[in-house]
Design a protein around this ligand. Structure first.
Ligand code: 9MR
Length: 512
């Protein structure tokens, strides 16, 4: 794309007061909704309305009121890393800081991301440990906080720098063995620290009946390409890992530390890459966002606020992009303070909102139902706003005519009752929840299913994935999308939804 066009690119929004176009697992469904309410005034409220979390990384000494006011997810910036909490035999120590963060999150209605179990860096007493010792640590750490941690980064930064697409070679990956020499670690006879750590984490979660989700996290994996249109081999390698180990992995963190490094720029294929991973069925998070305020060397945007807008929009346009976390509150307190990459200036509890903050809030308030017209149809615009954009919705335009036909699930009972069963697991926090529903075929294969369940009063579904949905409160019905309707006898598939309110006591009824 012409760089001047790219710089001038503007996101247009389509406001649909009575019908909301929802991207659900790649299919488009029309949902009815009430007229647009007033814009939210905090990041967490705007994000919640759009059906995702908006979080921050913090340490116990930075738990200022702004943390609970603006954010509804908390990542331990350093307090859950092995060098802080692991003993050399895989036990736990010094968990006080982590406890403080978890307690703070809980009392402020925030999800927690545990960061991180297996990492070549900041390994502390675990440095050089065997897989067995890593497994001991994985078990101790996951069980220590149980469901109070919604997401754990099980493996962090396993892939090499410089877009080689290879695994790192230092410990713990030095334990890897490619038994048949075919260039990967995916074969039964291979040794793979990533696989073995996830298998252990999955065992621990299952044994404890936990709803904690297991993530793999890395940087320079955000785009399909890097600078100059070169394929992003690191991202491709991550994709292969998630594809091969999908049964153990629930979520992928794109760290999203954007800066002038040729492999760390914001590319126009960010959304497509998020979608590619989402299509594997995992949740995608932008897990450690900061954006250098001067990316001019790589000509990737006309300003930090616009770059933030672009990144947030890419996530919002993918239904399974379920959370964004910034890596700190303010520029001066950031680990990368020279990049001035965050949403606030100031410090010590006294913070001022930057233009980037207002851009993010505005974009979140536009929600997921925003159409970005192709660049050729975009009229040139002037420089991006350096002052806060208006909080009112942009003018309504006609809905896109390219939308595929509405998929409406059957309203009459299907001819073949039963044939499948469904169970639901919940990950709840004060004011919200994520439900994962597992559909299992009976003794015969099924080719299409539908699950009906009744939400308690006050609970509302805001977002769903891997299913078509009908209704958002009371009795809600979900049906398969094109790629998960066929389930072999005794096998399972999963879909999920997120909502506000409390969702206890739901009994899913499956028909096929
Ligand atoms: O922000 C963290 C900083 O305080 C630590 O000193 C540093 C040490 O490695 O780690 C920083 O966090 C990193 C995170 O754990 C993994 N992704 C990169 C982060 C820094 O950008």
């Amino acid at each position: 794309m012409d760089s001047s066009l790219r710089r001038r690119r503007k996101v247009f929004s389509v406001a649909l007061p009575t019908a909301v176009l929802m991207l659900v697992g790649g299919a488009v469904a029309v949902q009815s909704s009430s007229p647009a309410a007033a814009a939210e005034t905090t990041l967490r409220a705007a994000a919640a309305r759009a059906g995702l979390f908006f979080g921050v990384a913090a340490s116990p000494n930075r738990l200022y009121p702004i943390v609970g006011q603006e954010f509804n997810q908390l990542t331990a910036e350093n307090d859950m890393k092995p060098d802080r909490i692991a003993t050399s035999n895989g036990g736990l120590q010094n968990t006080g800081g982590a406890d403080t963060l978890v307690n703070h999150a809980q009392s402020n209605g925030m999800l927690v991301r545990g960061h991180t179990l297996v990492w070549h860096s900041q390994a502390g007493a675990l440095q050089g440990a065997s897989q067995a010792t890593l497994n001991t640590f994985i078990g101790n750490a996951i069980n220590r906080w149980g469901n109070r941690i919604a997401y754990w980064d099980v493996v962090n930064e396993a892939l090499e720098d410089n877009n080689t697409g290879r695994r790192r070679t230092q410990w713990p990956h030095s334990m890897n063995r490619d038994a048949n020499g075919d260039g990967d670690f995916f074969d039964a006879g291979d040794t793979d620290v990533i696989r073995d750590s996830f298998i252990r984490a999955r065992q621990v979660v299952q044994a404890g009946g936990l709803t904690t989700k297991l993530c793999i996290n890395d940087y320079d994996v955000e785009g399909l390409t890097v600078q100059g249109g070169t394929p992003n081999r690191k991202s491709n390698a991550l994709y292969e890992i998630v594809r091969n180990y999908r049964q153990y992995i629930d979520c992928v963190g794109f760290q999203a530390h954007f800066n002038d490094n040729p492999n760390s720029i914001i590319t126009d294929d960010l959304q497509a890459n998020i979608q590619r991973f989402a299509d594997l069925g995992v949740e995608v998070h932008l897990s450690e966002v900061d954006i250098d305020d001067d990316l001019s060397n790589n000509d990737i945007g006309a300003g930090q606020a616009e770059n933030y807008r672009k990144v947030v929009r890419a996530c919002l346009n993918v239904a399974k992009c379920t959370g964004i976390t910034v890596w700190g509150i303010s520029d001066s307190e950031s680990w990368r303070s020279s990049e001035r990459g965050l949403l606030f200036t100031g410090g010590n509890g006294n913070y001022q909102k930057k233009a980037a903050y207002h851009a993010v809030l505005d974009e979140l308030n536009r929600g997921r139902n925003v159409v970005t017209p192709p660049p050729t149809t975009v009229p040139p615009t002037t420089a991006p706003p350096t002052t806060p954009p208006p909080t009112t919705a942009p003018p309504t335009t006609a809905p896109p005519t390219t939308a595929p036909p509405t998929t409406v699930p059957p309203t009459t009972p299907p001819p073949n009752p039963s044939g499948c069963s469904a169970t639901v697991s919940l990950n709840s926090w004060p004011g919200g929840f994520v439900a994962t529903v597992r559909v299992t075929a009976g003794s015969s294969p099924i080719n299409g299913w539908s699950v009906q369940l009744t939400l308690p009063s006050g609970a509302t579904v805001t977002n769903a994935w891997n299913a078509n949905r009908s209704g958002n409160s009371g009795t809600v019905r979900f049906s398969n999308v094109s790629y998960n309707g066929a389930v072999s006898a005794g096998q399972s598939t999963e879909f999920g939804f997120q909502g506000t309110g409390a969702a206890t006591g739901m009994t899913p009824v499956c028909t096929a």
